[in-house]
Design a protein around this ligand. Structure first.
Ligand SMILES: [Zn+2]
Length: 497
C-alpha cells in the first residue's frame, strides 16, 4: 500500500525565491557573471552543485533550471498540507528525483513520453536545509527526442518573459507517522482519530494546532521514506497565505478560537476594531474623538487576557533581535521634532520599546523597572481616574504630525527590526529561535510588578510610555487592516524586556 502525495514549494512560507529559475551555463561550464548570479540566488547551492556540475552535462538544446524543492522539517516545519520531511529523509531520498523523476505538467506523470525534461541532479543544501534540483528542460526538438519526451515550449515561454514557473512535486510513501501519537498509517483510512491521539487525530485535524506540555504544536505527519518521481509545472502556485505554517506563534495571536481567545472575536467583544470609526458613530457629539479612541483602546488593552498571545512572541521584542533605536538618526534626541519622528515610526507600525522610550525621555536608568510596571498600567490609570487627562496632555502624541523625508526613510529602515507588522514580528521570532534564544528571554523575565510600580518615578515613566503607545496605536489604526492583531502584539511588547 502506498500513498501518493503532492507537495508544492509554496507550501513553505519561508521560501521567498521563485521556486524554479533559469541558470545560464555556457557550454564550457558555469562561469563568471552567470556563476555569480547563480551563487546569489542559491545561497549555499554553489557548494552543493558546483562539484556536481562537472559531472552533470547539459546536452545541446537542454535548458538548465534550478529548482528549490522542499524544506527540512527541522528548519521549515510542516507544509500547508501537514506533510513534514525530516532532514534525514531529505538527505536519504532526494536522489529518487533523479532515479525516478521527470519534468511533467500538472502531475500527468504516468508516461515519461509525455515529460518535458529530465532531472539532472539533486542535492541537499546543508546551509539552507532544503532539497534542490537541477532540471534539463527539453529546449529543442532534438533534445526532446534524445530525452524521450516533448518540447518544453510553455516553460521556455514563461522563462523568456521573466515569469516564474509554478511547480509542484509528487512522491509515494509506504507510510507516514503522526507527529503527536506516532501512529503509522499506510493509507488515509489508517489515520489516527481523537480516540487515541491527544491532538484529535490526523483524520480530521491535520495541520491544526494543539497544546502539549505547555507548548503549541502543529499536527502533521512525517514521511520517513518519500520516493519522488514527479516535478511538474502547474497552472498556478497554491496561493500563499499571509501567515504560513511555520508561524504558529503568530497563529495563536490571530486565529479565532485558539486557546479560547480568538483574535477577531476578542477584538469585537472589546470594541477595538477601528476605534476612531467606531467611536465616531457611537458617540458623535461627545468631545474629542482622538482622546475617546485612546481611552477606549486603553480599556481594551487593560482587558486583554495575559494568554492572548503565544509566549514565544515575546522573543520578537527581546534585545537579542532588537538593537537600540538610533534616536539621533530620527531626530528624537531633541524636543522640536519628536512628534513628527514618532509619527514616521507609527506609519511603519513601529511603537518604540520602553527601553528606547526611556532613553528618548532621558530616563534610561529607570527602563528595566518601568518595563516591570507596564503590566496592569492601563488598569491602574483607569482605576484612579487619571487616564483621560493623561491622554489629553500626552507630549508624545504623533497624531497630526507630518514627518520629514529623512525621518520617514529612517523609520522605514527600522521597520524589519522594530515593526509590529505580523511578518516582521514573525521574522524576529524565527531569528531569535535560530540564534538559540528560546527559553531565556521569555521565561525568566516576567517582571516584578509589585516592586516596580511602588516607585513614583518608575510609575511615571510607565504611564508616559503607556499613553504614548495609545496615541501611536491610534495613528496605526487609520491604515492597519489587522489592527486587533497589532494591539495584541503591542500588548506582548509590554510583556517583553
Ligand atoms: Zn495522532
Amino acid at each position: 500500500m502506498v500513498m501518493c502525495k503532492t507537495v508544492s514549494p509554496a507550501g513553505w512560507e519561508a521560501f521567498d525565491w521563485p521556486a524554479a529559475q533559469l541558470i545560464k551555463i555556457a557550454h564550457d561550464g558555469l562561469r563568471g557573471h552567470d556563476l555569480g548570479a547563480f551563487v546569489k540566488r542559491a545561497s549555499g547551492s554553489e557548494h552543493v552543485f558546483l562539484p556536481l556540475l562537472d559531472n552533470v552535462k547539459f546536452a545541446s538544446g537542454e535548458v538548465p533550471l534550478h529548482v528549490i524543492g522542499l524544506g527540512a522539517w527541522e528548519a521549515y516545519g510542516f507544509n500547508r498540507n501537514g506533510d513534514g520531511f525530516k532532514e534525514a529523509a531529505c538527505k536519504a531520498y532526494h536522489d529518487t528525483f533523479v532515479k525516478h523523476g521527470h519534468w511533467y505538467r500538472n502531475h500527468k506523470n504516468k508516461d515519461p513520453k509525455k515529460s518535458y525534461g529530465v532531472i539532472k541532479a539533486s542535492a541537499y543544501n546543508d546551509r539552507m536545509r532544503r532539497v534542490e534540483l537541477l532540471i534539463g528542460l527539453n529546449g529543442t526538438k532534438e533534445a526532446a527526442e534524445r530525452n524521450g519526451g516533448l518540447v518544453a515550449d510553455e516553460e521556455l515561454e514563461k522563462l523568456a518573459s521573466g515569469s516564474d514557473i509554478p511547480v509542484s512535486m509528487a512522491c509515494v510513501v509506504d507510510h507516514d507517522v503522526c507527529s503527536c501519537c506516532n501512529n503509522r498509517a499506510r493509507t488515509r483510512d489508517e489515520y489516527c482519530t481523537g480516540e487515541k491521539c491527544a491532538a484529535g487525530g490526523c483524520r480530521d485535524n491535520l495541520t491544526r494546532l494543539y497544546k502539549q506540555a505547555g507548548d503549541i504544536h502543529h499536527l502533521g505527519v512525517f514521511n520517513p521514506h518519500p520516493r519522488w518521481f514527479d516535478m511538474s509545472k502547474v497552472w498556478r502556485q497554491a496561493d500563499r497565505i499571509c501567515l504560513g505554517n511555520r508561524a504558529d506563534w503568530m497563529k495563536s495571536a490571530s486565529d479565532d478560537g485558539f486557546l479560547g481567545v480568538g483574535g477577531a472575536r476578542t477584538a469585537d467583544e472589546l470594541g477595538v476594531t477601528a476605534p476612531a470609526v467606531l467611536l465616531r458613530s457611537v458617540m458623535p457629539e461627545v468631545g474629542d474623538v482622538g482622546v475617546l479612541s485612546q481611552v477606549k483602546l486603553a480599556h481594551a488593552m487593560a482587558a486583554l487576557p495575559a494568554d492572548c498571545f503565544h509566549p514565544k512572541l515575546r522573543l520578537a521584542f527581546g534585545s537579542a533581535v532588537q538593537p537600540d533605536v538610533d534616536l539621533a538618526f530620527l531626530g528624537l534626541d531633541g524636543h522640536a521634532k519628536t512628534a513628527s519622528a514618532l509619527a514616521a515610526l507609527a506609519d511603519n507600525k513601529i511603537v518604540l520599546s520602553v527601553r528606547d522610550f526611556a532613553r528618548m525621555t532621558k530616563r534610561a536608568e529607570l527602563a528595566a523597572d518601568a518595563a516591570g510596571a507596564l503590566r496592569g498600567v492601563y488598569a491602574r490609570m483607569i482605576d484612579d481616574g487619571s487616564l483621560e487627562s493623561r491622554v489629553r496632555r500626552n507630549p508624545y502624541d504623533p497624531a497630526e504630525k507630518t514627518a520629514s523625508a529623512a525621518q520617514r526613510i529612517a523609520a522605514l529602515r527600522l521597520s524589519p527590526g522594530h515593526s509590529l507588522d505580523a511578518a516582521s514580528v514573525d521574522n524576529r521570532v524565527t531569528l531569535s529561535l535560530v540564534r538559540g534564544k528560546e527559553g531565556s528571554d521569555w521565561n525568566s523575565t516576567i517582571p516584578n510588578e509589585k516592586r516596580a510600580h511602588d516607585n513614583r518615578e518608575v510609575e511615571e515613566l510607565a504611564r508616559d510610555y503607556a499613553v504614548y503607545k495609545l496615541a501611536a496605536l491610534t495613528r496605526i489604526a487609520r491604515f492597519d487592516a489587522h489592527f486587533p492583531l497589532t494591539v495584541k502584539l503591542a500588548a506582548c511588547q509590554n510583556e517583553s524586556i
